[in-house]
Each structure stands twice: as C-alpha cells, then as structure tokens.
Design a protein around this ligand. Structure first.
Ligand SMILES: [Zn+2]
Length: 312
C-alpha cells in the first residue's frame, strides 16, 4: 500500500511539474542579441551579398542549417537543378537564366497530427556583388526575415508543447531570381496538407522607431486570419502600429507568399510598409535595422503561430 501511495504521489508531482513545464511562455525565448548575431553574420562581406548560385551561398546554407540544428530541429535540404526548376515551375523569363542549383533549408518540428502542416518561410538569398556598386548586404532584405525565422524556432521549442500540426520552418533560396525556392516547394509538396503559410520579407526597417509600423498582409478568403492577428497584437506591449493589407489570394505578390496565394492557401505576410531608399542597394546595412520593430514583429507573429499550432 505504502509503495502504491509513493508511486501515486510521485506520479502526481511528476504530472504537475510536467503541466507547469508545458505552460512555458515561448515568447520569452525571443533574444535580441541572437537577432543581431544572425543579421550581422549574414551580411558579412565573406558571403558577398548571398546571391543564389554563387559558391559563397554554400557557407550561408551551412550557417542557417547549423543554427536550426542548435535549436534542436531536424533539417533537410530540398535541392533543385535548373532542369528540375524548368520541369516544375516552367522556363525562366526571356533573357534570364536559373542558377545551376537552388537549395531550400527545411527545418521541422513534429506535431500530433502527422499529415497536416503549418509552413513558415523567409528567403535567405539576396543580390550579391554588382560591378560598379559592390556588395549588397541585404540586412533588411532579408537577413531580417531569417532572424525572425530562427528566433521562432527557439520560441516554439521553448513553449515546451507538442504542436497539434507539423511545423516546417523554411529558408528559401532564389527569391531574388523569381521566387524560385518557394515556387519549387509549392509545386512539389502536396498543397492540400498545408493549413497555413506565414512569410517574412523585410521586417527590420521603420520610418517611426518610437512606434514602429508592422504590415500584416493576409488572404481575405480566410477572415479568421484577422482575428488571429488582433488576438496576437493584444499580447505584445505597445507602442507599435499594425497596418492591415488585405489580399485576395489571387497569386499576386512580389515575395514568397505568392506561390501559396496562387493555391489559395490561408497566408499571412509580414513585410515592409513602403520600400525604403536602401531597397536593393548597397546601403541596406545592419546598423539601420530597428531592433524594437523586429522584436515586436517577431512576438506578434509568434502568437499568431501559437493560435495555429496549439488550438485545434
Ligand atoms: Zn526580399
């Protein structure tokens, strides 16, 4: 009897501590120092502006892969040759060529439901080195999005819960060459298994650092997305301003959410308010990032994802 009592007490203490552990607030794991480290590393001269198809990009892929793995995620590389791109997404525009190879980095967190996915993505490539102009560091475009993605990996892990659905955190290649990585992914992945898509592209700059503006673009065929954002906003300390940008899910758009939109997948895209003067210029450097905006965009998006993955 004593033994049973002991086992029962042990079991109760164990399950109590397990439930306390399970209630951890993953948003607390946001780390500004980590964001800075990622953005400064990705914009380092040694990567020469991260152009798809260059030898320097291999180093970038290695770095992002290592960071995902350090957070305890399983990582695979989805590679496609130029011929595979032609086969799956069609010929390049006249006068343009695909890189010989692209590589999407796909980090995974398993959920309870094995056949449904929440996909979160940001592109890691940029414009590279241009004769007469020099290296394009692309701090906002899109080292900022990769910083959010890598922080989210840590935050979701830190929440201590098993999500309802599988999560894929995807770092896309070839965005600047025509959304190649995300187009290839969508054309080769069963779209009916994707519940939601979230995109980050240029989330680090603001005209008003005292109350940063954050754009929430969403597919208006799914009104619940707006509720998810409003609920998430309420959990993040002010001041900031969310600008709602209603989209129709018609496949239009200049970033990696477009291929998902074309399939009318419920999507949300965090992006720039309006193109700043350093857009696609060598002046897109890390010292101009507004760290407070990056943090707030990261926190709001975490709570939207929380809604997607922890409620049925
Ligand atoms: Zn971009």
């Amino acid at each position: 009897m004593k033994r049973i009592k002991f086992i029962l007490t042990f079991f109760c203490i164990f399950s109590l501590s397990a439930s306390i552990w399970a209630q951890k607030d993953g948003s607390q794991a946001y780390n500004e120092k980590y964001s800075k480290k990622i953005i400064y590393t990705l914009t380092d001269e040694k990567f020469r502006g991260r152009e798809s198809g260059t030898p320097e990009l291999d180093g970038v892929i290695k770095y992002i892969t290592k960071e995902f793995r350090k957070s305890g995620l399983e990582v695979t590389h989805q590679c496609a040759t130029d011929q595979e791109l032609i086969h799956h997404i069609g010929e390049p525009k006249p006068g343009k060529k695909y890189p010989a190879k692209i590589t999407n980095i796909i980090a995974r967190i398993d959920g309870k439901c094995s056949d449904k996915y929440v996909v979160i993505g940001a592109h890691f490539d940029h414009l590279g080195y241009k004769e007469g102009l020099g290296i394009h560091p692309g701090a906002d475009d899109n080292a900022s999005g990769i910083a959010v993605l890598l922080n989210l990996a840590r935050m979701i892990k830190a929440s201590g819960n098993t999500p309802e659905y599988n999560i894929l955190l995807c770092a896309w290649d070839g965005e600047e060459k025509g959304l190649l990585g995300s187009k290839y992914f969508v054309s080769t992945w069963g779209e009916e298994s994707i519940l939601y898509y979230m995109n980050f592209d240029m989330v680090g700059r603001t005209a008003d650092p005292a109350s940063p503006e954050i754009v929430f673009a969403w597919n208006n065929n799914f009104p619940q997305l707006l509720d998810h954002c409003k609920g998430a906003q309420a959990k993040v300390p002010a001041p900031f301003e969310v600008i709602y940008d209603e989209r129709t899910g018609d496949g239009k758009g200049g970033s990696d959410y477009a291929p998902f939109s074309k399939k009318n997948i419920p999507f949300v895209a965090w992006m720039e308010v309006e193109l700043h003067e350093d857009y696609h210029k060598p002046g897109d450097t890390p010292d101009k990032i507004c760290w407070d905006k990056l943090k707030k965009a990261n926190l709001i998006s975490y709570w939207v994802i929380y809604e997607w993955i922890f409620s049925k």
